[in-house]
Design a protein around this ligand. Structure first.
Ligand code: PDD
Length: 301
């Protein structure tokens, strides 16, 4: 493999056993592989600790409950994440956790007595978003053809993958998903916010969007900042009047959007409200990371 394509350093943890990610093996009959019968989480590790850890584990618990996977001990799982972080001496990293219903002879209905497969990996994070944060990104609008439970962080991501590929081929970095009536939902792997007449809008929490952890964290910061916010979906027809647009996510933080389908958003530059929210976000990370009281022992539980 050419040096430029070397994957970042990563360690996997399969049901508690740590191995290099490149050597991790998934059973061929695993239902996550065969049916997408699985849920996942992506977390950011900053200075060796999981950012918004409780929120991510709460969402994982909810996803597991909604697809009826039982028997996963989330405290054990959190301890495994920290063991893996320690084993790799990770400081700035991404954690990927995937829980599948387990391996069993192929049959659609839930197998009896199957044990969930608990897979995670921790991977060095070399932030690819710096330039995008500075200049802003471009979105491609795509019909939201996902299912009726986008609130579950399921590994069934084919619609997202195809939409992102379309956006990449169009020279964009993300997608703006819309429903048949023009309602804007979110992006393919990010939440979406827009400013209209000085008011910030984001889709309400419902089965149409993933309850983004960054989104929910920002809602609190935005309220504290005194910026008017409404949890109400925007519509494609309003795009021309929207003065600012930005997306949010665990790995990207806050990313300004400067065009949709090659048409400018506002002045086609990252706007002042976006910049204010971005600053509030990074300030909150700083305050958290300086907080001497949080999870000193690196065991996070
Ligand atoms: N994506 N909406 C969708 C559809 C997502 O897949 C994500 C996250 C978000 C943002 O959620 P959060 O703030 O909790 O990261 C919104 C992850 C990072 C991924 O699939 O890689």
């Amino acid at each position: 493999m050419p040096a430029s394509q070397q994957p970042p350093f990563a360690l996997a943890n399969l049901n508690g056993e740590i191995t290099p990610l490149s050597e991790a093996k998934i059973p061929a009959l695993d239902r996550g592989f065969l049916f997408g019968d699985a849920v996942y989480e992506v977390m950011w590790v900053h200075q060796g600790k999981m950012w918004l850890e409780e929120e991510h584990f709460n969402r994982l618990e909810r996803s597991l409950k909604l697809i009826r996977i039982q028997g996963v001990n989330l405290q054990t799982l959190a301890a495994r994440v920290y063991e893996t972080i320690k084993a790799g001496k990770f400081k700035n990293a991404i954690v990927y956790i995937q829980i599948t219903r387990g391996a069993a002879p192929r049959s659609h209905a839930f197998p009896k007595d199957v044990k969930p497969f608990e897979f995670l990996f921790v991977q060095e994070f070399n932030d690819p978003y710096a330039e995008m944060r500075d200049k802003g990104i471009h979105l491609l609008s795509r019909p939201d053809i996902r299912w009726d439970h986008c609130d579950i962080k399921s590994t069934n991501l084919l619609a997202n993958v195809l939409a992102i590929q379309d956006s990449k081929e169009a020279g964009c970095q993300e997608v703006l998903f819309y429903l048949k009536d023009g309602t804007i939902t979110e992006s393919a792997h990010s939440s979406l916010f827009g400013v209209l007449d000085g008011i910030l809008y984001t889709s309400p929490s419902s089965e149409l969007i993933l309850p983004g952890i960054t989104r929910n964290h920002l809602l609190k910061l935005i309220t504290k900042e005194g910026i008017p916010i409404r949890e109400k979906s925007l519509n494609l027809a309003q795009l021309e009047e929207i003065s600012e647009l930005f997306i949010t996510g665990t790995t990207s933080g806050v990313l300004p959007v400067v065009t949709v389908d090659k048409k400018p958003i506002g002045s086609s530059k990252p706007g002042p409200i976006t910049r204010r929210i971005e600053k509030a976000y990074w300030d909150s990370v700083k305050i958290w990371s300086q907080n001497a009281n949080h999870k000193q022992d690196g065991l996070g539980i």
